[in-house]
Design a binder for this molecule. Sequence first.
Ligand SMILES: O=P(O)(O)OC[C@H]1O[C@H](OP(=O)(O)OP(=O)(O)O)[C@H](O)[C@@H]1O
Ligand code: HPA
Length: 175
Amino acid sequence: MKIGDLEFKPFISRDEISKSVKALAARLEQDYTGKTPTFLVILNGAFMFASDLVKNYKGDCKLSFMRLASYQGTHTTGKVKAYLEAEQLKNKDIIIVEDIVDTGNSIEYLIKHLQAQNPKSYRIVSLFHKPDAYKKTYPIDYIGINIPDKFILGYGLDYDGLGRNLPDVYQLKTS
Ligand SMILES: O=P(O)(O)OC[C@H]1O[C@H](OP(=O)(O)OP(=O)(O)O)[C@H](O)[C@@H]1O
Ligand code: HPA
């Protein structure tokens, strides 16, 4: 399948994604019993995952949104910026919602930013993780699916803004 100027092949189906999202919601529900966590959704990529995750999360919860961006094309620029501040996170149990943790640059930035705001607690949930590309040591608390170090798109993840609307996930074809 051609997206922009690149060829992609089917990689993870919507059914597999759905199973993983439900399993993550169930784990979080158990771990946050009696609490009212705030899901801090990292835009843009996490919008679809976050929507399905909170629909499957049965306990009380709140939602907050933050915009970061570092990727251009299929490569990280290494620089991460916060574009839109989330509301006050002080004294809250924060669950950072990411679509993917790749090199870890974004999550590192986010954690530093979050620590400065003194939340009661914070953990990370990421639907996808590339362990071979991860350059940081901070543990990712909840991982949906570990994937190889190859560029993917679909289910919120984009290539130059394209492909976010696809319900399945595709992997870049490499020769
Ligand atoms: O671990 P890393 O190497 O930092 O990569 C992960 C980050 O990259 C993507 O965001 P991006 O900066 O592309 O913005 P987007 O969510 O708007 O697509 C993704 O949503 C993560 O936030
Ligand atoms: O593999 C990826 N695809 C899309 N966006 C990304 N952001 C980090 N890694 C990726």
